[in-house]
Write a protein that binds this ligand. Sequence first.
Ligand code: ZN
Ligand code: ZN
Length: 252
Amino acid sequence: MKLTFIGTGSGKTRIDRFHSSLLFSIDGFNLLVDAGDGVSKALLLANVDFNSIDAILFSHYHADHFGGIASLFTQMKLHGRTEKLKFFTHKSLVEPLVNYLNSTYLFFETAGFEVETYGFEFGEKFEITNDLNIIAKQNNHVKNSHGLPTENVSFVSSGFLFETGGKKIFYTSDVGDPRDLLMFENQKIDWFITETTHVTTADIQTAVEILKPAKVFLTHIDEEDEADLINWLSKINDGKYILAEDRKEFLL
Ligand SMILES: [Zn+2]
Ligand SMILES: [Zn+2]
């Protein structure tokens, strides 16, 4: 399994990091996790053929994780895609995805390639390939905190446990509070990919002590936090921590 960081920035657009997006490549199958604003350009820079992406999984619909999907879908059309594309998102977010694409004049019926959507349930294990399963759990990142009357908006966001080749990877995506770092506490985690914008370095260190992963990847890096993160990493001086960079690849 190869993990490529396509984008490692936070919700604030920056020059030197794209918004956060990951690519899992397993036996020729490519799963893109999130497709935020600018993802098409990020993929071009990473030398990833748009049409080599077999499936796209969404954690939530903030612009830095979702806002690039209309453009990416357009690129697939413009590049003459013929292979099927699969979308995986929470079951309550399938309809909003279709409506969003339709509102940009994109329709599955006229894409020129087959499109399949799968709406997962929280806690359910769903299969992406024979060698890639995922469990999604709801975290506290997205809330209707102002109690707005938004019946048509689904306030859900996911953290993911990926299982491949007998290994487990926990990707927090965006979290709401430190408890979200421990949603798979009872699992043996090999790789821990954590965001760094909505939690402190102390929260991350506590989670690492509990989860005991072999590797810790720090991503969703805000420009304002980066110097502090580098300083913190130099102090803990533990080789298991890696500050993610766009286009960096890792083999599991
Ligand atoms: Zn984000
Ligand atoms: Zn978010």
